[in-house]
Design a protein. Structure first.
Length: 263
């Protein structure tokens, strides 16, 4: 399976520390050697970088690890291919425009029969079940709402659509509209929130420790979500299957889709 990394913060925040741990799992400490990607949000749009190569051996991934790009929302992914060939068009995160905002989506797992779901105004470029699921979700949202709905309305709609896909297999997902980061747990996701008083953290996959007390202010709130814990000395919280998190400015709200089956 692939691995996901997401971040939501109330101030522009540097993701290099967490991304370094994820990148090592892309072909070195993990088997996810079939491509990687990362998107950094700046307002309603984002900068994205992708390669259909192992992130652990990528010069571009190393460059990004060394660049202090700050963002309030980040979505990243390292891929182990199971549906769709290894290629740039099949590399997550995927992105589309809806309601004047750049939406970004990353997924791991397999969704049986998802390509039988009818699509609306969004079409896949590649051949993955993941991108088909993303296009289906955006098509359903576009049919239901002519303009960007209120956050609480959109939260419930996204949660219910994720619940439908949850019934097709393993649907671990990160999705953002530049305002909210959504996370759905199909099998495994965990998160942590860093806030004052900040402490030190050490990566599991690399010999790198950060003292966040020296890098932050007392007002900062940063939530990181990942497939598996990235640090060895912080307490990560596991999500239950079928849970949906909404993250805005680092703050978390837990939802459970009305149509999700937990198991």
């Amino acid at each position: 399976m692939c691995e996901l990394l997401g971040m939501s913060a109330n101030v522009p925040t540097d993701i290099r520390f967490s991304f370094a741990g994820l990148a090592r799992r892309g072909g070195e400490t993990g088997p996810h050697a079939d491509g990687w990607g990362i998107s950094f949000y700046d307002g309603r749009t984002c900068r994205s970088f992708h390669e259909p190569e192992p992130s652990a051996r990528s010069q571009l991934a190393r460059l990004l690890r060394d660049m202090p790009i700050k963002s309030r929302i980040v979505v990243a992914h390292v891929r182990k291919a199971n549906r769709g060939r290894v290629s740039l068009e099949n590399t997550h995160p995927f992105a589309r425009e809806l309601w004047g905002r750049r939406w970004t989506f990353a997924h791991n797992g397999q969704l049986k029969g998802v390509k039988r779901l009818p699509l609306g105004g969004f079409m896949p470029i590649g051949s993955t079940d993941s991108e088909h699921a993303f296009c289906w979700m955006l098509g359903r949202l576009q049919e239901r709402y002519k303009a960007l709905p209120r956050p609480e309305t959109l939260d419930r709609a996204v949660a219910d659509l994720a619940g439908e896909l949850h019934g097709l297999g393993v649907f671990n997902m990160l999705l953002t509209d530049s305002r909210t980061l959504y996370a759905h747990c199909g099998k495994r996701l965990c998160y942590l929130t860093r806030r004052a008083p900040f402490g030190k953290a050490t990566l599991i996959d690399e010999d790198w420790q950060v003292d966040f007390a020296r890098e932050t202010t007392e007002h900062d709130i940063v939530t990181v979500i990942a497939t598996k814990a990235l640090t060895r000395d912080e307490r990560w919280t596991d999500l239950a299957r079928g849970d949906v998190l909404t993250l805005r400015d680092g703050a978390i709200r837990l939802l459970r889709p009305a149509n999700a089956s937990h198991g």
